[in-house]
Write a new protein. Sequence first.
Length: 131
Amino acid sequence: KTVKNLVEEFFEMAKKATKEDLEFKKIYEKRDAVIAFLDALDAHIKQELESGKAIPGLCLEEYSGRRRWIDTGLVIEKLAYLKDKIYEPRQLKTPAQLERIAGKSNIENLYETPKLKRVALRTNIFEGFAE
């Protein structure tokens, strides 16, 4: 069976499912195929939108990813007074973890928060289209 067939089968089973349904196991067994399909669909739509193609009802929205160190050497130097507290086993702690230990003012300008994009539903389905 193709992933598409498995996904279609999954949705048909899910439509008919009730709390008392003993088919939940069969539905759940299809979970990985559905996730793989949706991940591939998301990647395809994102690529299409990034290339400038308009897809009615969808857009790219920017969101903040996890903060990450700009220069780990500078972090180690600036927060050296904290000694081993700045490390997870063999790894520098994350900005969020060190903010709790050192305080926000001591780590400012040492990290960045990347702007990422994901597919989102438009609140106004006509947005971005000329009349």
